[in-house]
Design a protein around this ligand. Structure first.
Ligand code: IPE
Ligand code: MG
Length: 154
């Protein structure tokens, strides 16, 4: 029997905090467990030759969380990108952040740009991390891009 795998897998990440609470642990421990799970999923998907893996990680609404949680999450993004660049390179994965990068702090933005640049020539799986994403904002950005590319006049 031939198994046909999807070309694109998208996952909305959720429940990290509840996972931690069930273990009488802090929310950040749930986010760290989330990173470990993402690592496993990324390796499996690359091995299975999935073309695109999109992870919905941090939505626009998530900016409204306590500053301490947002700060810890941003630190976790940066430290994970530092640690896992080798995994991306070894598995020929092209890394990309989709969402509004402008809202991110300088250090996080710089790290993301570096990892995108260092993996852009990889020809295997494309990994998209949705950070600071939202449906309305995507429409606004798309319309603004069309206007600034002068494809329509207003
Ligand atoms: C998903 O887990 C990860 C992020 C949104 C950063 P949550 O943080 O939403 O965890 P719950 O839903 O509160 O348990
Ligand atoms: Mg949630």
């Amino acid at each position: 029997m031939k198994i046909i795998f999807p070309k694109h897998i998208a996952i909305i990440m959720d429940g990290n905090g509840r996972w931690a609470k069930n273990k009488d642990s802090k929310r950040i421990e749930g986010h760290k467990e989330g990173v470990r799970t993402v690592k496993k999923i990324t390796k499996y998907c690359a091995e299975l030759n999935i073309k695109h893996l999109t992870l919905y990680t941090f939505s626009n609404e998530n900016w409204l969380r306590p500053k301490t949680e947002v700060g810890s999450l941003m630190k976790l993004f940066v430290s994970t990108l530092n640690k896992e660049l080798k995994l991306l390179l070894d598995n020929n994965i092209r890394f990309k952040v989709i969402g509004d990068k402008n809202k991110l702090d300088f250090i996080t933005r710089k790290k993301i740009n570096d990892v995108e640049y260092l993996t852009e020539r990889n020809t295997g799986m494309g990994m998209n991390l949705a950070i600071s994403y939202g449906g309305r904002q995507e429409i606004i950005t798309a319309v603004n891009n069309i206007i600034s590319s002068k494809r329509i006049k207003i």
